[in-house]
Write a protein that binds this ligand. Structure first.
Ligand SMILES: N=C(N)NCCCC[C@H](N)C(=O)O
Ligand SMILES: O=C(O)CCC(=O)C(=O)O
Ligand SMILES: [Fe+2]
Length: 328
């Protein structure tokens, strides 16, 4: 393996997207080259930018604009869709409500999850049961977000086919019972200017160091502000500056387990030290809520033959995290 990463690689997936659902893709040179780049990036950084992803720029921008308009509303308007345990942890949370490493985060957010029928996952699913809460203003909010979720779900599924091949598995390794019915999460996030936050409430981090919980995260970040940082193996914080037209992608905890540690879920954090409000929209493509996650045989063969992690049910991992993220 080369030296520790100092920048996040950029991968153009346009040639790959057209072919990844084609059963005859096996010997396509361009496709194999993208898969090799995915493998390198996942091994070295656990983070990469994707360009050539096919999601219209206008939609990518509209999602951030609608988010920013919502966060600009007066507080009494925003709390109309307040997140509570009773709402299934869906809805709006104020600055400092989310806790990471024991400290309040300097961000506000709307959390949405895939909707599920009451009782579908028994007692375990109860915590997250509920309907997503959408604001009345801006008026196109729900339509724009639902369109975006639909396109990002399909894009993520395709990238996961590439990652399955990169790991040496079958292309559909993450479909069916594993992530064919992804329990996706979307977080619309706003990071205020630090000096605008009352001193008594203020900490220095927008979002403290964490790993993501599931398979693959796609971040649609503010085009103007450099605030996302990724930790390399030597413990240095490497910037992931905005690159217009790309998503920042990173690996979650469940992919670390499935790959038996070949791919890591890399620590990252957000610090908005800029004089401007930062908006970012994170889409988390996750396993099925009830997916049983344990190292693939084809990954164990490459990593000494023994499992490095025991079996985890994704919903248990998620509920354990969400239940501890907030101040109630
Ligand atoms: N669904 C995801 N990945 N959300 C990321 C939030 C990370 C911060 C959270 N307080 C934590 O400590 O995990
Ligand atoms: O705001 C960002 O750029 C990333 C946010 C993030 O890491 C998260 O919500 O998990
Ligand atoms: Fe994250």
């Amino acid at each position: 393996m080369g030296s520790d990463f100092q920048a996040i690689p950029i991968i153009d997936i346009s040639a790959f997207l057209e072919k990844i659902d084609d059963p005859r893709m096996g010997d396509d040179k361009e496709l194999l080259e993208v898969i090799r780049q995915l493998d390198d990036a996942c091994k070295e950084a656990g983070f990469f930018y994707v360009k050539g992803h096919g999601i219209p720029d206008s939609l990518v921008k509209e999602v951030k604009d609608a988010t920013s308009k919502f966060f600009n509303l007066p507080n009494e308007e925003k709390v109309k869709i307040k997140m509570t345990p009773a709402s299934g942890y869906r809805g709006y949370q104020e600055v400092a409500e989310n806790i990471t490493l024991g400290k309040p985060d300097m961000h506000e957010a709307i959390d949405c999850y895939r909707e599920m029928e009451a009782g579908k996952y028994g007692a375990l699913g109860q915590l997250l049961e509920g309907s997503n809460l959408w604001p009345d203003y801006p008026s196109n909010f729900k339509v724009v977000m639902e369109e975006y979720i639909c396109l990002l779900t399909d894009l993520s599924r395709k990238i996961m086919r590439g990652i399955a091949l990169a790991l040496g598995g079958p292309p559909d390794a993450f479909e069916g019972d594993r992530a064919g019915d992804s329990f996706w999460v979307m977080r619309l996030i706003g990071y205020p200017v630090l000096s605008d936050i009352p001193e008594l409430q203020r900490t220095e981090t927008g979002c403290g160091a964490h790993t993501d919980y599931g398979l693959l995260t796609l971040v649609n970040q503010d085009d103007e502000i450099n605030a996302l940082q990724v930790r390399n193996r030597s413990g240095e914080w490497i910037s992931a500056p905005p690159i217009p037209g790309t998503f920042v992608c990173n690996i979650g905890d469940m992919l670390k387990i499935w790959s038996n540690g070949l791919y890591e879920s890399t620590l990252h954090r957000v610090i908005n030290n800029s004089p401007k409000y930062r908006v970012s929209v994170a889409f988390f493509y996750e396993p099925n809520f009830d997916a049983a996650v344990e190292p693939f045989d084809f990954c164990m063969q490459k990593t000494g033959g023994t499992p490095k992690f025991g079996k985890v049910v994704y919903g248990e991992h998620l509920v354990g995290k969400v239940g501890n993220n907030f101040r109630y």
